[in-house]
Design a protein around this ligand. Structure first.
Ligand SMILES: NC(=O)C1=CN([C@@H]2O[C@H](COP(=O)(O)OP(=O)(O)OC[C@H]3O[C@@H](n4cnc5c(N)ncnc54)[C@H](OP(=O)(O)O)[C@@H]3O)[C@@H](O)[C@H]2O)C=CC1
Ligand SMILES: O=C[C@H](O)[C@@H](O)[C@@H](O)[C@H](O)C(=O)O
Length: 312
């Protein structure tokens, strides 16, 4: 199951399981990338704002140099950070340089929020009152960003372009102006936040969903969720296996972050969840939705309406 792949609207394959690298500390992330590639991962998720693309790149390089795998066998994603929205070409160049790669397989707009490129910080510029320094829409919008992303494709420096954290507030307006339909939308997904309306919309438009924070992000709180534990017992697997396999059953790829070798390996134990397993998880999601108790773990303080019904 760990070698399952999905097709993007570009015709390229995206491996169903990817290694996440957000909050993977310097000194740990190179080894985690190398180890993941050694045990069979072929999908690595990075981002400029994670501040560790150089180490991710070092892990990739060592894997290529020592014959673990070839560049063309690995699907590498990175993301355009908010302060680079009106400098997309530079954003991609900087990421490629840090990663030590000639191209990435997927370049995503990290959030639909352009931030001031001339502010007081490279990645999180703030106003004196501590709020994030967002560009006014009179200056730049996420639609302008998408147009700039489209211009990157002919260079071959990214094989595909896509978005992350796009809700139904932002996706339709992007599509109305787009020449290239995003290949993917990377969003938070787990049984406490199924975001089925986004999944359905993206499916209809040919946009692949990649799930992030499948374990509930830092500290993996979703591992103790009662319905997840119930399905794990029923199928005699770990809760992590249930949480990751859930996305494969939904037709989505999934990113699991770990810097712990045993966990990196264990996270490859994916199973085919059947209808009765999915019913337990879906009933739980439905209950949370009905009672207004959906839970989003990643919601940075941009101070703008991101259009997610659970947070507006
Ligand atoms: N586009 C976006 O805005 C976002 C993208 N992402 C991407 O998705 C990836 C995954 O999401 P992330 O938020 O990191 O969180 P995850 O849901 O992947 O959870 C990571 C946490 O779970 C722990 N863990 C991993 N595997 C296991 C296991 N088998 N058993 C017990 N604990 C485990 C990790 O610990 P340890 O490392 O110590 O082993 C870490 O504390 C990110 O790393 C990033 O690449 C994430 C958030 C936002
Ligand atoms: O990809 C992970 C997340 O999106 C992360 O990049 C953001 O939450 C960022 O730390 C922020 O504060 O805006």
């Amino acid at each position: 199951m760990a070698d399952t792949k999905f097709k993007l609207n570009t015709g390229a394959d995206i491996p169903a399981l990817g290694l996440g690298t957000w909050q993977s500390a310097p000194g740990e992330v190179k080894d985690s990338v190398l180890y993941a590639l050694k045990v069979g991962y072929r999908h690595i998720d990075a981002a400029y704002v994670y501040g560790n693309e150089d180490e991710v790149g070092a892990g990739l390089k060592e894997a290529f140099d020592t014959g673990v795998c070839k560049r063309e066998d690995v699907f590498v994603t990175t993301k355009l950070w908010c302060t680079y929205h009106n400098r997309a070409e530079l954003g991609l160049e900087k990421s490629l340089q840090r990663l030590g790669l000639d191209y990435v397989d997927l370049f995503l707009v990290h959030w639909p929020v352009p931030m001031n490129p001339n502010g007081n910080h490279d990645t999180i510029p703030k106003h004196p009152d501590g709020t994030r320094d967002i560009l006014p829409s009179s200056e730049w919008t996420h639609i302008d960003t998408w147009k700039a992303m489209e211009k990157l494709v002919p260079s071959g420096k990214t094989k595909a372009i896509g978005v992350a954290n796009y809700s139904l507030k932002y996706l339709p307006e992007l599509l109305a102006a787009a020449t290239i339909v995003p290949a993917a939308n990377q969003i938070e997904q787990h049984p406490s936040l199924p975001q089925q309306e986004i999944v359905d919309f993206c499916k209809e438009k040919g946009i692949h969903i990649t799930a992030y924070s499948p374990l509930g992000s830092t500290g993996s709180p979703m591992l103790t969720s009662a319905p997840v534990v119930e399905v794990a017992k029923k199928r005699n697997v770990t809760p992590a296996s249930v949480l990751l396999s859930y996305h494969i059953a939904r037709g989505s790829s999934v990113l699991a972050k770990s810097v712990t070798p045993a966990r990196i390996k264990a996270n490859m134990d994916l199973i085919r969840l059947d209808e009765s397993d999915m019913k337990i998880l879906n009933d739980y999601s439905d209950d949370l939705k009905k009672n207004g108790k959906l839970h989003r773990y990643v919601y940075p303080a941009f101070g703008v309406d991101l259009g997610f019904p659970d947070r507006s």
